[in-house]
Design a protein around this ligand. Structure first.
Ligand code: LMR
Length: 338
């Protein structure tokens, strides 16, 4: 009995520090991968996470069990990354904007306004040497970056009609924890306020903030359109994710299991990224159907004015994100630097 208790305690300890317990084949319990995320299941990230679960369990013949926890059930934004570093969860897919607080500010380059003309151009970055280089920055933080997942382009919402840069002046906007996003709203004369994703709906409803920026799928699944009179189709920025695992846990997996999980990740990534655009298009159609928010479309002149107003952000954040990195990114996306 005593031996059993000791054995159980050491399994618990091994699991706690992020190392999978690998015992004799016959007695083996599945290796559990807890995958925490903050969005709804019917979003690009939610669907890709569920696909990874399905494929990883299939390819490992049940030797791996993936437990997906959507909707900030386990952790909110920043806590999520800390939990991964501690080994309390094994896998996450935080947005690029959320790596700053743990000291990897380079991912904020994805937050620069209008840096990506479309999702196809994004692939040049994420699937190329720059994407690989960025993932390497996560290793000293105890994480391994496995993939880039898409959401899509952000829209601006408020209870006031947002057409010209002047309309943003003095309004409070919720932002993710990114200094680039802070600079973006300051360039418009707004007051940015960092807030966890799970708290946005209530903050909009009670007037703690006046507006926010997010993708159609996040706006729809969080019902933000029910508490925002106007949503302007700005496509001014991008939200995407880095799938990260606890490095100790991942390196400690038996090689064959890790390979099967990598295969599952590759396919889940192709699946998710293949339909993210559709998810956002469908969400927009659903929002329109409710009639609760007016969707505002900008003329080319109004769009140009927004771009011009936000252009100084590139200079404002050059020291933080790194001018060489911004240049490298722009070379990939625009074929030229600023
Ligand atoms: C947000 O906080 O607005 C987004 O990063 C949420 C998400 O994961 O899409």
């Amino acid at each position: 009995m005593r031996q059993f208790v000791l054995a159980a305690a050491s399994i618990a300890a091994l699991t706690f520090v992020g190392q999978p317990f690998v015992g004799p084949a016959s007695a083996q319990a599945p290796i559990v991968i807890k995958f925490s995320h903050v969005v709804a299941s019917n979003t690009p990230k939610g669907l890709a996470a569920d696909k990874f679960k399905e494929l990883a369990e299939k390819y490992t013949n049940g030797k791996v069990k993936v437990e997906v926890y959507p909707n900030s059930q386990l952790y909110k934004d920043k806590e999520e990354l800390e939990a991964l570093q501690l080994g309390a969860v094994q896998m996450l897919a935080p947005s690029n904007s959320k790596f700053g607080p743990i000291g990897v500010k380079e991912f904020e380059v994805f937050d620069l306004p209008y840096i990506l003309p479309d999702l196809k151009t994004l692939r040049k970055v994420t699937d190329g040497p720059l994407g690989t280089k960025l993932l390497k920055l996560l290793e000293p933080k105890g994480m391994t970056g496995l993939a880039y997942w898409d959401n899509g382009f952000k829209q601006m919402s408020a209870n006031k009609k947002l057409v010209a840069p002047a309309d943003y002046k003095g309004l409070k906007f919720r932002i993710q924890s990114s200094k680039v996003l802070e600079a973006q709203f300051r360039s418009l004369g707004s007051v940015p306020q960092v807030m966890a994703f799970s708290e946005v709906y209530q903050a909009l409803q009670t007037g703690v903030v006046d507006g926010q920026e997010n993708t159609w799928s996040n706006i729809y699944t969080q019902k933000m359109h029910e508490v925002q009179k106007y949503i302007t189709n700005t496509n001014h920025g991008y939200i995407g994710y880095v799938v990260v695992v606890n490095k100790k846990f991942w390196d400690g997996l038996p090689a064959d299991i890790r390979e099967q999980c990598e295969k599952a990740m590759k396919e889940a990534t192709a699946y998710g990224n293949g339909q993210s655009q559709k998810e956002n298009d469908d969400a927009l159609a659903e929002i329109k159907k409710t009639g609760k928010s007016e969707i505002v479309t900008l003329t080319p002149e109004q769009d140009a004015a927004m771009r011009k107003a936000m252009e100084p952000v590139y200079k404002d954040v050059a020291n933080r994100v790194g001018q060489p990195l911004i240049d490298e990114f722009l070379k990939e996306t625009r074929g030229t630097t600023n």
